[in-house]
Design a protein. Structure first.
Length: 70
């Protein structure tokens, strides 16, 4: 059987690179999930929702309301 030099080192480098990529993707997915959860609320049946703007020039409670849903 033929052995190629550097295969073990190349495999270890590839494994490290893929592990870093997987961690970065996981951090991005968790960050997006947190952002989505912070920006969206569920309005249940027999309830209504109001929008409060905390940033920008039009701060305060918006005059419209929302029915059931996201």
């Amino acid at each position: 059987m033929v052995k190629v030099r550097g295969v073990g080192v190349a495999a270890a480098t590839l494994k490290t690179s893929l592990t870093r990529l997987a961690i970065r993707i996981a951090v991005v997915v968790v960050g997006l999930a947190f952002f989505y959860g912070a920006c969206v609320a569920r309005v249940r049946p027999n309830e209504f929702g109001v929008e409060q703007r905390k940033f920008g020039s039009n701060k305060g409670i918006v005059a419209s309301h929302f029915g059931p849903g996201l």
